[in-house]
Structure formats: structure tokens, C-alpha cells
Design a protein around this ligand. Structure first.
Ligand SMILES: Cc1cc2nc3c(=O)[nH]c(=O)nc-3n(C[C@H](O)[C@H](O)[C@H](O)COP(=O)(O)O)c2cc1C
Length: 169
């Protein structure tokens, strides 16, 4: 079985660690981790060529097709995003925009996906809901979703009462 993990964090942080932890739990699965911040993804210019003529006519040349090929070759996909300002990260949104033509020509009906959002306190539910909704429209089947909240290093080092004081200021 092959699983592609797509990480929308701009760094090798919590999402990266959890994705690696998942890999360690399933040594028999062939995982491929794609860090969106290490890939070339141009900004959509809104020309609608992908929708009206076909995605092969997109004027942008970047790693979009490579990612689509990886998804095509996989049995499942894990989408991971940090919560940024109560939603998915800009990187994840950017990626979803690059493959947005799939909303008009869905595919991958035999693929399952999991969504994973990691925040510091709020918004992982909204982020997961968004990724689940959009990738379902793209044709994939949502299998599960996981919301995690991980305190920052700074928060972890504070005693509970001090944490409360800081938040009430
Ligand atoms: C610009 C920015 C905005 C953030 N906004 C939120 C937020 O709205 N809600 C939340 O719970 N955490 C928020 N966080 C915290 C991150 O979601 C949290 O640290 C997450 O674990 C980071 O994942 P990563 O290390 O994989 O990037 C924000 C972090 C950044 C950098």
C-alpha cells in the first residue's frame, strides 16, 4: 500500500513530526512525504484555461503535475496543515487552488484521504472541515480526520497559573 503525505506547514515542525510518527507506526506501508514548502508551486493567474480547455494547457510550469502523479499512484493521501489564523495554512490553500480544476472534473474515486490539522488552541476543526469538503469535491473519499492541539515551547515551560495570567491580560 502506498500513502502520500502532503504537508502544508512552512517548516519541519509539528505537522512534520506527526507525519513521521505515523510512518513509524506502519513500517509495512510505503509512505511518500511531500513538503509543499520545498516544491515549486506558482501562483494561479485565474485564467480559467485549466477549467475551460484542460489542465494540460495551464501556462504555469511547476510541480503541480508531479503531485497529481503521486496522488494517482497512491492508495491514500494524508493532508496535514497547521492552523494559521483560524484556518488552513496559506501553503495548503495555495496547493488546493493549483488543483482547483478538479472541482469541475473530479477523479480519484478509489482513493481515501485523511485530514490532519494541528493548532495551538483553536481552529483545527474548521481547517479539517475545509480540507475534507474540498477534497471530497475533488472526488476522493474522506476516511478520517484528526485535530491536534500542541502547546508551543513557551507555553509548555510556563506553570499553569502563569499561563492563565498571561491569557487574561
Ligand atoms: C501565523 C500563525 C498563525 C497561527 N494561527 C493559529 C490559530 O488561529 N489557531 C491555533 O490554534 N494556532 C495557530 N497557530 C499555531 C500553529 O497552528 C501551531 O503552532 C502548529 O502546531 C504549527 O504547526 P507546524 O509546526 O507544523 O507548522 C498559528 C501559527 C502561526 C505561525
Amino acid at each position: 500500500m502506498k500513502i502520500v503525505e502532503i504537508c502544508g506547514s512552512p517548516k519541519k515542525g509539528n505537522c512534520y513530526s506527526v507525519l513521521n510518527w505515523i510512518q513509524e507506526q506502519y513500517p509495512d506501508i510505503d509512505f511518500k512525504l511531500l513538503m509543499l514548502n520545498e516544491l515549486k508551486l506558482e501562483n494561479c493567474v485565474g485564467c480559467y484555461v485549466c477549467v475551460n480547455r484542460g489542465e494540460e494547457f495551464c501556462p504555469l510550469k511547476d510541480d503541480r503535475d508531479m503531485i497529481i502523479e503521486e496522488i494517482s499512484a497512491a492508495d491514500g493521501i494524508i493532508l496535514a496543515s497547521p492552523v494559521h489564523v483560524n484556518h488552513i495554512s496559506a501553503l495548503m490553500k495555495h496547493f488546493m487552488g493549483r488543483i482547483g480544476f478538479l472541482a469541475h472534473r473530479p477523479r480519484f474515486f478509489d482513493k481515501y484521504f485523511m485530514v490532519l490539522s494541528i493548532g495551538g488552541g483553536f481552529g483545527a476543526d474548521r481547517a479539517n472541515e475545509h480540507m475534507s469538503g474540498i477534497f471530497s469535491v475533488f472526488g476522493l473519499n474522506v476516511a478520517s480526520s484528526l485535530e491536534l492541539y500542541i502547546a508551543t515551547e513557551e507555553e509548555r515551560s510556563l506553570p499553569n497559573n502563569q499561563k492563565k495570567d498571561n491569557r487574561s491580560r
